[in-house]
Ligand binder design. Structure first.
Ligand code: ZN
Length: 143
C-alpha cells in the first residue's frame, strides 16, 4: 500500500496523531518535521497520481481545501507567505506540502526554495505526542 493511502486509512480510523482537520476530499495533517514552523500537508483521500486525474468538481473543491488550510496556517503562525508544493515524485499520490515562510528564513535562504533545506528537516522531527498536541492546537485555533 502507498504511504499516503496508509496515512489516510489511519486518519479515517482515528489513529493518526497528525490530523488537524478533515475536509470533504482530504485530511489536513501537521508535517512530520517542523523545520518550517507550521509545515503541514493536505493529503487527498483518493489515490490518484495527478490532480488532473480527478473529476473537475473535485479538483476545484480540493483546491478550495488547500486555500482554507493555507488561511488557517496564516492566521495561526503569521508567516510572510506560504510555499505550496505538489510534486508526487517520491510518493505518487496527490498531496500538497504547505511551508509557512518567515522573514528570518527567507533572509537566510537565497534560493527561497523550501526543499533546499531538506537535509535539516530530520533535525526538527516531531514525535507522535508533539504532533498530536500541535495538530489539536491548530485545529482549535481555527474555530
Ligand atoms: Zn495512495
Amino acid at each position: 500500500m502507498c504511504l499516503i493511502c496508509d496515512r489516510i486509512q489511519s486518519a479515517k480510523n482515528g489513529t493518526n496523531s497528525y490530523v488537524i482537520k478533515e475536509f470533504k476530499h482530504s485530511f489536513f495533517v501537521i508535517g512530520d518535521h517542523q523545520y518550517f514552523k507550521g509545515y503541514s500537508q493536505l493529503i487527498l483521500k483518493e489515490h490518484v497520481q495527478d490532480i488532473t486525474d480527478l473529476d473537475e468538481n473535485i479538483q476545484r473543491e480540493y483546491m478550495e481545501e488547500v486555500f482554507q488550510a493555507g488561511k488557517l496556517l496564516k492566521r495561526i503562525f503569521n508567516p510572510v507567505r506560504i510555499n505550496y508544493s505538489c510534486l508526487g515524485n517520491f510518493v505518487p499520490h496527490v498531496h500538497f506540502h504547505l511551508f509557512p515562510r518567515y522573514d528570518e528564513d527567507l533572509k537566510l535562504d537565497e534560493t527561497k526554495n523550501p526543499w533546499h533545506n531538506m537535509d535539516e528537516f530530520k533535525k526538527y522531527t516531531l514525535g507522535e505526542e508533539e504532533a498530536k498536541t500541535l495538530a489539536k492546537k491548530i485545529a482549535l485555533s481555527g474555530n
